[in-house]
Design a protein around this ligand. Structure first.
Ligand code: CIR
Length: 476
């Protein structure tokens, strides 16, 4: 299987996903925040009435034969929605919309991998020896389910679920033809990283890429110094990495990705000649900003969506305000710094004053856009809608191809801004019947924002950019 991602917007051809599993339905209020959810969610709604639409849409674009003309049967209640449930006989098993649980179950058929993974999971989850033995007796498909949801058929809960596994963006990133594994900042996401490490190193799909997997390492300083010596912590999550051209990667330094990790990745990318430009974007360490892809994503070569507080206008206002600047300097965690390094001249970095300047520069210099660059703002840049809608992922859009993006239906003002910028807004519930009847084709869609219901999904605090790990995109 070919793996290659050289942009954020080239036609999406293969993507790694995980649909909400029963573990999500076991989150209790007192644990929701520890497990990085903002609230408990209703399992059936998040699946049937929200995420399954996303699966259908992805299949229409990436693997139409599996779905076209079959939707009525697939969605007939008598079939129990098994098409959307990994492990079931009628599961779609797409080779392009690839479900992690299936890959996990595949590798667990190998006895050695099963033993190693059971031991590793039991080590991080502190399981008893008896539970370890019990896990070893499970069939591969059942064990995959247990590893993800924390429980299996006829079993008590053995360990916590990993409810954030739906956010596959964060567990690894394809940069050109290399895969960077993440090193999560949050304990709740540790098991996801472990499972993915085993999948990438052992699944036959990735066999040609074993020597192109990049793992980050802790520095000895980190082990030896006190726990609060943060500057040596190496943590990185995929939402902080964007491949904006085959030569250029942006790395966020955020609540989740440390300076040391960004430094390590940039060094490796240059050393291995994977890219020649790396831009580090340090953003305030706040829950609401979490990763850089919660603040901006790319829509077209010349169009981006972003939160207005990172715009040129606001950056200039802050520069002009001497008092504000002096106060901010006392609180480094509130400052946004953008530094760009080129492989040939690492000692001469370039600084950008605002995110808008950086995005415009990428469009013009890397993507050769000749005309003006459009920045669409969250909430139409109107307070308080800009902040409210950023919180519900107005800036976290997934491009299925250049100019065709998927996002939540709830961000009204942002949608208004997209309309003003010349996009049509189509709800997935209207689009699917049109795709099914042939009145519309995925290839012909242009300048479209496809909305998907989001009341439950948005409580998990991530959008469709987060819910996708692109493995293959057509070059732009
Ligand atoms: N790339 C992203 O921004 N991912 C969203 C992750 C949401 C998840 N609840 C988390 O807090 O890690």
């Amino acid at each position: 299987m070919e793996i290659k991602v050289t942009s954020e917007i080239g036609l999406l051809k293969k993507v790694l996903v995980h649909s909400p599993d029963s573990g999500i339905g076991k989150v209790i209020p007192s644990k929701a925040q520890d497990w990085l959810f903002e609230d408990i969610v209703h399992l059936d709604t998040i699946r049937r009435k929200e995420y399954d639409y996303y699966t259908k849409l992805l299949l229409y674009f990436l693997d139409p034969e599996l779905i076209k003309g079959k939707l009525k049967t697939i969605d007939a209640p008598r079939n129990n929605y098994n098409f959307y449930k990994p492990g079931k006989k009628d599961f779609h098993n797409s080779r392009n919309v690839i479900e992690i649980q299936v890959l996990l179950s595949d590798i667990l058929k190998n006895a050695t991998i099963k033993q190693k993974l059971v031991a590793s999971v039991c080590a991080i989850e502190n399981c008893s020896y008896k539970i370890q033995e019990l896990l070893l007796q499970q069939e591969a498909a059942e064990l995959a389910k247990i590893f993800i949801s924390g429980t299996g058929n006829d079993l008590d809960m053995l360990f916590p679920p990993v409810p954030n596994f739906i956010f596959t963006r964060d567990i690894g990133i394809v940069i050109n033809d290399h895969i960077v594994l993440n090193k999560p900042a949050k304990k709740a996401r540790l098991r996801e990283a472990l499972l993915m490490k085993y999948i990438f190193f052992n699944h036959p799909l990735f066999k040609d890429y074993k020597d192109r997997i990049i793992e980050l390492e802790d520095s000895p300083y980190h082990f030896l110094l006190p726990v609060d010596a943060d500057e040596y912590n190496v943590t990185l999550e995929g939402g902080d990495v964007m491949v904006v051209s085959k030569e250029h990667v942006i790395i966020g330094i955020s609540e989740r990705t440390s300076l040391a990790a960004a430094h390590q990745v940039a060094t490796i990318l240059f050393k291995k000649n994977i890219v020649r430009k790396v831009t580090l974007v340090q953003i305030p360490q706040k829950r609401e900003y979490m990763h850089i892809d919660t603040l901006f994503t790319q829509i077209k070569k010349d169009t981006w969506v972003m939160l207005g507080s990172f715009s040129k206008k606001r950056a200039q206002k802050e520069l002009d305000d001497a008092i504000l600047k002096a106060i901010e300097d006392q609180k480094p965690e509130t400052v946004t710094t953008i530094i760009q390094f080129k492989k040939e001249q690492v000692t001469r970095p370039v600084y950008f004053n605002s995110l808008e300047d950086l995005l415009t520069d990428i469009s013009k210099k890397d993507l050769k856009v000749k005309g003006p660059v459009k920045i669409i703002h969250s909430g139409n840049d109107e307070f308080p809608f800009d902040l409210r809608e950023q919180w519900t992922d107005s800036c976290n859009l997934l491009a299925l191809k250049e100019g065709v993006v998927v996002g939540y239906d709830r961000n009204d003002k942002t949608l208004e801004a997209f309309r003003k910028a010349g996009f049509s807004i189509i709800d997935v519930k209207e689009l699917l019947p049109r795709l099914e009847s042939g009145a519309q084709t995925a290839e012909k869609l242009q300048n479209v924002f496809i909305t998907i219901p989001s009341a439950e999904l948005s409580r998990a605090r991530g959008g469709f950019h987060c819910m996708s790990m692109p493995l293959l995109r057509k070059d732009i």
